[in-house]
Design a protein around this ligand. Structure first.
Ligand SMILES: Nc1nc2c(c(=O)[nH]1)N[C@H]1C(S)=C(S)[C@@H](COP(=O)(O)O)O[C@H]1N2
Ligand SMILES: [Mo]
Length: 306
């Protein structure tokens, strides 16, 4: 396919970010075998037809303005505190209704994974948004490797619980560990990725190193960071924000401008780092990915199953 899926304005047409362009050229050269490839996450990543054409946020926007409650509430806390987390060695336990359960080393998970650069919008339930050039691979690739059994209907995810390295976990602000879940068809959708990099390099800890989920048509809180467990289940699994306040945060959490949060509108959003002309913009149904994902919810009342 030679086209990208959203016919919106190409971000490189508006003030290209020089270092990112260089990185892309570098990656293209690396892919062409012109440069010996170092062990960085992104260097073997191919550009993806699923990328938005919108201009990515700067690396600073993406790494200094984060939600990662394990490291504090303020948007700047993860950047300050996340260096405390040890991410090597790292293993992900994959269990439940799978043919080959086990404790998989991160290196094993990444070996042979078809890494791509995926430029996705990220829309937080707090009504801000970012555009992020992730490096990752489709979750379906991993699920197919471990073999999903017929009875599986959901996928549950868990973040690391390690209060000595995650200061936010020393208080019961949330019911740790952070947990999220997807219906199996959502998890198998080609837009759903596990990311191990951003801007062509390994994920910084505050972005969910070494492996985090990215589900671009759902509110950011579904995209769980620093994953240590993936379980295939028959029943809908618990999800942290949904357990915390089910009236405000649904299990589905699809970006939906027509369904307001009980305390604020979801009709518009503020793009982080927009500078002088940072007007609020309309939030798009399914965060702009309706053509790709609306079918998953055919026949559901999205006001009730929000
Ligand atoms: N483990 C964990 N994952 C998490 C969170 C968190 O607090 N803990 N916050 C979520 C929320 S609310 C958002 S908006 C995104 C933010 O991702 P970013 O900081 O990479 O932009 O991460 C999500 N994943
Ligand atoms: Mo969020």
């Amino acid at each position: 396919m030679s086209h990208r899926f959203r016919p919106d304005l190409g971000w490189s047409d508006v003030t290209p970010k020089a270092d990112f362009l260089n990185r892309r050229q570098f990656m293209a050269s690396a892919a062409a075998g012109l440069i010996a490839s170092p062990a960085l996450a992104g260097l073997n990543a191919k550009p993806s037809v699923y990328s938005t054409m919108e201009k990515p946020n700067s690396r600073d926007d993406i790494t200094q303005y984060n939600n990662f409650y394990e490291f504090g509430f303020d948007k700047g806390d993860p950047a300050k505190n996340a260096h405390l987390l040890t991410t090597d060695p790292w293993a992900v336990k994959i269990d439940g209704l799978v043919d080959r359960p086990g404790n998989y080393d991160l290196g094993d998970i990444l070996t042979g994974a078809p890494l791509e650069e995926r430029i996705y919008r990220l829309r937080c339930v707090e009504a801000w948004s970012l555009v992020v050039p992730w490096v990752g691979f489709e979750l379906s690739h991993l699920l197919n490797r471990v073999g999903v059994q017929p009875g599986a209907k959901y996928v549950a995810f868990e973040t690391l619980f390690r209060p000595d390295e995650m200061p936010g976990q020393r208080r019961r602000v949330l019911d740790w560990p952070y947990r999220e879940g997807l219906r199996l068809d959502e998890a198998m959708h080609p837009l759903t990725i596990l990311a191990n990099g951003v801007y062509g390099e390994d994920l910084p800890n505050q972005c969910g190193a070494p492996l985090r989920l990215v589900v671009p048509w759902k509110y950011g809180f579904k995209s769980i960071k620093s994953i240590v467990r993936i379980s295939l289940t028959a029943e809908q699994p618990p999800a942290t924000w949904n357990m915390e306040q089910s009236r405000e945060y649904g299990f589905y959490a699809n970006v939906n401008p027509q369904v307001d949060h009980p305390r604020w509108s979801q009709a518009t959003e503020r793009r982080i780092g927009g500078g002088l002309f940072n007007a609020r913009q309309d939030t798009l149904m399914f965060n702009g990915y309706a053509d790709q994902v609306a079918d998953l919810y055919a026949g559901m009342d999205l006001k009730k199953q929000f």
